[in-house]
Design a protein around this ligand. Structure first.
Ligand SMILES: [Zn+2]
Ligand SMILES: [Zn+2]
Length: 403
């Protein structure tokens, strides 16, 4: 008899462990791949390595205290950004020793994002000096620098084509072609009305996700080559982090109100239509309030203009009195639709394509580890939580762990 598949949208997140020893917020933490370990970097100025003991609890293994605030780390070689420097540590294979290796003097202002590209042996970084720089992690030499339009808070890199994606505080994403010692601007994506707060690149499908303080996520389909950009509306607050689970094709996003949303990216979504312009309702033909001529001719009162989110038509309030979710257009919340579109949306169309979870505290950082499928979050409660992820890796076994 075939095993019954649990429904992906109904399971609750399963909390595996908590790490609660911090004096301040953990700004970055990573699950050590293939190990039951975590590296954490906290505003309490500590960089710590935690290993999971047989009891299931994480115990401190080794730590360093920095003289100034540190805000990030990456995998086995640890890169921290403290004010204007990026110190590098090498972690012993048994995780019991952390040795300072080098310090990159990368920026003239606070370092904002650091990304280590193992394949290139590059350390990419952005800072408050509005510079994007890259260093060779072998020699420690700075290879190049590029001035960005605004402070960059999201950074991703495509190894195959050597493109860097930089998301900035003006809300745009700039695509840079990075050579060994030079870099040129390829194009710019504009779509957010707030800061870009997080970026996530899926090299398999060649899709870039950008999260913003405007509460939305945009999926930029680069691989599709048609210029498709799909907005995902499922957060009520600033999007703070994004991760993509490629083997289950799920996007995990978190926001400052503590919600974690897991998006099924295995469905085909449509772009939202452009909003149409009209001087009168495109359903009942009543004039909008600026259309004095028609108001006078027909002796009618001018109405306020609204737009149907499904067809984009300009409609009056009476002709768009109903609300609906349109998950396949990215609207997981109810939005305004015109009456005829409301009739055309079936119950099946309304089936959510994302699941929503409350972590109870504002999340500042998330990290997804693909080999175990575990998800790590850290929040304003100064606690790191490790949860069973979306799906166990095919390498580990065929068991599906749904949320
Ligand atoms: Zn109308
Ligand atoms: Zn409509």
């Amino acid at each position: 008899m075939a095993a019954e598949q649990p429904k992906p949208q109904t399971r609750k997140p399963v909390l595996l462990s908590k790490i609660e020893a911090f004096q301040d917020i953990v700004t970055t933490a990573v699950i050590i791949p293939k190990e039951d370990g975590v590296i954490s970097v906290s505003e309490d100025r500590t960089i710590r390595v935690w290993l999971k003991r047989d009891s299931g609890q994480y115990w401190p293994s080794v730590y360093q205290t920095m003289s100034s605030k540190s805000v990030a780390s990456r995998s086995l070689v640890i890169y921290i950004y403290i004010y204007i420097y990026i110190p590098e540590f090498i972690l012993a294979e048994d995780y019991n020793k952390m040795t300072p290796a080098r310090t990159y003097q990368a920026h003239q202002g606070r370092v904002l994002v650091v990304l280590f590209v193992l394949e290139m042996e590059w350390v990419l970084s952005t800072g408050q000096d509005k510079n994007f720089t890259w260093h060779c992690s072998e020699s420690g030499q700075q290879l190049g620098t590029y001035r960005t339009a605004a402070c960059v808070s999201g950074l991703q890199f495509d190894v195959e084509t050597r493109h860097a994606f930089v998301g900035d505080q003006s809300g745009q994403v700039t695509i840079l072609k990075v050579e060994q010692d030079s870099c040129s601007m390829v194009t710019t994506f504009k779509g957010h009305t707030g800061n870009v707060t997080a970026l996530c690149w899926d090299p398999g499908q060649r899709v870039l996700f950008s999260g913003s303080s405007d509460n939305s996520i945009i999926m930029w389909d680069i691989g599709g080559r048609k210029g498709t950009a799909i907005e995902l509306q499922g957060h009520n607050d600033k999007v703070q982090g994004l991760c993509f689970a490629s083997h289950t094709r799920q996007l995990i996003s978190c926001s400052s109100d503590g919600s974690i949303v897991i998006w099924n990216m295995d469905v085909t979504r449509q772009e939202t239509p452009e909003w149409l312009d009209s001087d009168s309702c495109q359903k009942c033909e009543q004039p909008f309030f600026w259309n004095f001529k028609q108001m006078w001719d027909s002796k009618k009162i001018g109405l306020r203009q609204h737009h149907c989110r499904k067809c984009g038509q300009a409609v009056c309030g009476k002709c768009s009195s109903k609300r609906s979710t349109i998950p396949l257009m990215g609207f997981e919340f109810e939005v305004r639709v015109c009456d005829s579109c409301h009739e055309s949306i079936t119950e099946e169309d309304r089936a959510p394509t994302a699941s929503f979870h409350d972590s109870k505290h504002s999340i500042v950082h998330i990290h997804y580890e693909a080999t175990t499928g575990n998800l790590l979050t850290s929040g304003t409660d100064k606690v790191i939580k490790v949860r069973i992820g979306c799906c166990a890796s095919p390498l580990v076994g065929a068991t599906h762990w749904w949320w």
